[in-house]
Structures are given as structure tokens and as C-alpha cells.
Design a protein around this ligand. Structure first.
Ligand SMILES: [Zn+2]
Length: 71
């Protein structure tokens, strides 16, 4: 089973052999949420839970009608 190093506690983390880039892994040592960012060799990065972009946020274009209706 492939292993990688936890960026949080630098302990060895076991990664499933069929894991793919973007998969999330939990460190058994510090229970950090990690994301597989590379496969050869396997690289793990901390999953930043505070960095969720809200897709519903943004400018609201519905309040203005750009349809130019000329007679
Ligand atoms: Zn860890």
C-alpha cells in the first residue's frame, strides 16, 4: 500500500492503491483531512475547509434589464 507524509503531523499516511488525484484521505495520526494533490509520488495537502467558495454569491444581474427594446 502506498504511503505519503501528512503535511500536518509529518507522520506516514497510508493511501489506497486505487486513490486518484483529488481524493480525500484522513490522517490516522492527527485525523487531518487531506487531499491527494499528486500521484507519482503521492502528495497530500491539507483540505482547507474554510476556503469554500460560495457559487451563489456574486453580482446580481437580474435587477437590470439589458434588453434594449426600440420601436
Ligand atoms: Zn497527520
Amino acid at each position: 500500500m502506498p504511503t505519503s507524509i501528512c503535511p500536518e503531523c509529518t507522520e506516514e499516511v497510508f493511501v489506497d492503491a486505487e486513490t486518484e488525484q483529488g481524493d480525500s484521505v484522513n490522517c490516522e495520526e492527527c485525523s487531518a483531512h487531506l487531499v491527494v494533490v499528486g500521484l507519482d509520488p503521492i502528495e497530500l495537502d491539507l483540505q482547507d475547509e474554510a476556503n469554500h467558495d460560495d457559487p451563489s454569491k456574486g453580482d446580481d444581474f437580474d435587477g437590470y434589464d439589458y434588453d434594449d427594446q426600440r420601436y
